[in-house]
Design a protein around this ligand. Structure first.
Ligand code: NDP
Length: 297
């Protein structure tokens, strides 16, 4: 079994930054990712603010950091992690391609977008139901689109969609957006976006060709909004199923940690979107990475 001082699971911004800092501290570091480096930031064409003035897009930010880590000699392993088990002197990371051991494991496995769980959502995924406005927006050039959610993600994606779609309707379950005031202001100023509150999505409807509309109850009245694209941004679900049961989680599945990512299990740390109370910004991911590496023994 290959042995490291530190294994970082996940190659989003938090994980790649933590791996780079751990290596910089002189620790033998491995960086493990299920398939490709990335995370949510990959879907953002214009980072605002960008942590590196030379870099505008999320994909460039991540690929630069991943390349930098490889050039530094950080061992990069592409294999999904299925479990982590306690050893006498650390942890065993069980990946599909084999087992690795380390004294310290930093979990930066991120989160996945939460689903609405309504009829049509799965059926039309990739045929009108999308998770990325910047990537799929051009397919909705002459169409109406609907974004579900009232947070920063929903408002940011709706604004990205205005570059492509004819019209964007935001459906919020509450009356007041949770999104940042500057995003709300931009949405309000856009003549392409309509915001509807007290809206509950009932189903996503479509035909062979893809999505044709979204059925919702808006202020208690059932209605069908015709659209070719549906973007659901109702928060995230932490990717933490593979962690040991003893690690405590909040009601949303986020791992409960100290400020520095400590889980209460010696040598096992969780940072970024997999942990409870994560701020959600790139600067928060960087702070998480700095704090955890500073805390490593
Ligand atoms: P949030 O948790 O902030 O917001 C989720 C939204 O979805 C809320 O409006 C919530 O409604 C709504 N919602 C939740 N469940 C349902 C449901 N079942 N049906 C309908 N609506 C539902 O998630 P985000 O992904 O927007 O943001 C996550 C974090 O990432 C935040 O900290 C955010 O600040 C950060 N972020 C920052 C960005 C930036 O600064 N550029 C960009 C994107 C995200 P309700 O309000 O009624 O609970």
């Amino acid at each position: 079994m290959q042995k490291f001082d530190v294994i970082v699971i996940g190659q989003g911004y938090a994980g790649l930054t933590a791996a780079k800092l751990a290596h910089g501290k002189g620790l033998k570091t491995a960086s493990v990712e299920a398939m490709f480096a990335g995370g949510f930031v990959m879907n953002v064409n214009e980072l605002e603010p960008t942590p590196d003035p030379e870099v505008q897009s999320g994909s460039e930010l991540i690929s630069n950091l991943a390349m930098e880590n490889m050039d530094l000699g950080i061992e990069t392993i592409s294999s999904p992690v299925t479990a982590i088990k306690k050893l006498d002197d650390g942890w065993c990371v069980i990946a599909e391609e084999g087992e690795l051991a380390a004294g310290q494991v930093i979990v930066a496995s991120g989160a996945s977008l939460r689903k609405l769980g309504v009829p049509g959502e799965e059926e039309f995924f990739g045929r009108g139901v999308s998770e990325c406005a910047d990537c799929d927006g051009p397919m909705f050039g002459d169409m109406e689109t609907v974004v579900v959610g009232g947070g920063d993600s929903a408002f940011q994606e709706a604004l990205a969609l205005t570059h492509f779609a004819e019209k964007v309707t935001i459906l919020m379950r509450g009356q007041t957006p949770r999104a940042r005031p500057d995003l709300v202001q931009k949405v309000t100023a856009s003549d392409k976006v309509t915001v509807l509150g007290k809206a509950e999505v009932l189903a996503i409807e479509g035909s062979e060709a893809g999505v044709t509309g979204i059925r919702a109850s808006v202020e208690g009245k059932e209605t069908t909004i015709p659209c070719g694209g549906v973007f659901v941004f109702i928060g995230t679900q932490p990717n933490a199923d593979f962690l040991p049961q003893e690690v405590s989680r909040d009601a949303d599945g986020g791992v409960v940690t100290g400020e520095n990512g400590a889980t209460g299990q010696p040598g096992l740390w969780v940072i970024g979107a997999a942990r409870s109370g994560f701020g959600g910004l790139l600067s928060d991911a960087a702070k998480d990475a700095e704090r955890v590496v500073a805390a490593l023994g």
